[in-house]
Design a protein around this ligand. Sequence first.
Ligand SMILES: *Cc1c(COP(=O)(O)O)cnc(C)c1O
Length: 381
Amino acid sequence: MKNNIEKKFREIPTPFYYYDLDVLNETCRKVKEESEKSDFSIHYAVKANANPRILGIIESYGFGADCVSYNEIERALQCGFSPKDIVFAGVGKTDREIESALKARISCFNCESIAEIEVIDSIAGRLEMNATIALRINPYIEAHTHKYITTGIAESKFGISTWELKDVLERIATLGNVTLDGIHFHIGSQITLMSVFKSLCSRVNELQEWFSSQNIDLKSINLGGGLGIDYNNPDRAPDFDEYFSLIRELIRIRPGQKIHLEPGRSIVAQCGSLITKVLYIKKGSNTTFAVVDAGMTDLIRPALYQAHHEIQNLSSDGKTAKYDVVGPICESSDTFAKFIELPETSRGDILAIRSAGAYGEIMASRYNLRDLPGAVFSDEL
Ligand SMILES: *Cc1c(COP(=O)(O)O)cnc(C)c1O
């Protein structure tokens, strides 16, 4: 991060999220270029960051939106996404959400159980509408990521099991108000091993054979999101080349079919940093604490997923020492980093907690009745 920015940061009340729009635009350009090579359709996963400014930029690249609540759908619509480019996922859609989404004429419900499909069918029937659905299938693939963000293994609550698919198809055949469009997968998040996506592609190819054997034509194959970023190198772009070319090579597409992808983190993570001020330096028995004014209420990833974020002291370039960077919240898990090397740090220094654009601002809470963090964009400075 540029060091001359520190002076500008000093004039803004901390903590706040800083979004570098050049990075966001560069990332979107790259994803657009890669997706156009193979005519893949991109639905950005809104839950990673639903800041209206960020959504507006993402929409301007022609991407659609993957939403997991009706409020996300509403936000996406407000930010300019067209209903025909919005898909609705989630294991627990409420009746009210389903009704609102139908009325908004979104393009597809990604369904996770027979029970849900029956409810969608009955609500669509009452509204004299037809719902386009896709089946989210649990492919039983270990994503090799944190257990809280692994979603495609046997014990996951997500998706329909393959042993149940025959029953699901039989049930759908009896329902008059739903149309099956395709199949959907999302096996987890922060996936950094390309072999995981390779396994997913082979599994999808096998499942396609099975659907063909049942005389079902699938128009869309949605591989979900999950591409990880390098949290150790905040200025490094995600491996979009490798990811997209792997899918292009391995997925066997049939005539008339479209591949859908739902990247969330990989689009927004690197453009955001949480900017915080050092309140106190405090000697512990075997460490030095840098107590900062941001806490787990502003960025919960370290506390929730033991996530690593690079931290930079933008105010100091002195001799380095070891610090634990901790927040003010009354929880011991409110720690951003333990025993990390920083230039000599003092009260008033400005720190940047990097790669915080995804699952950062959007997961902020008001625990301890704290204020929510602000958002500042690079073109405002
Ligand atoms: C969360 C989610 C995504 C995005 O995952 P990332 O790891 O952020 O890319 C995509 N699809 C679905 C259904 C999701 O729930």
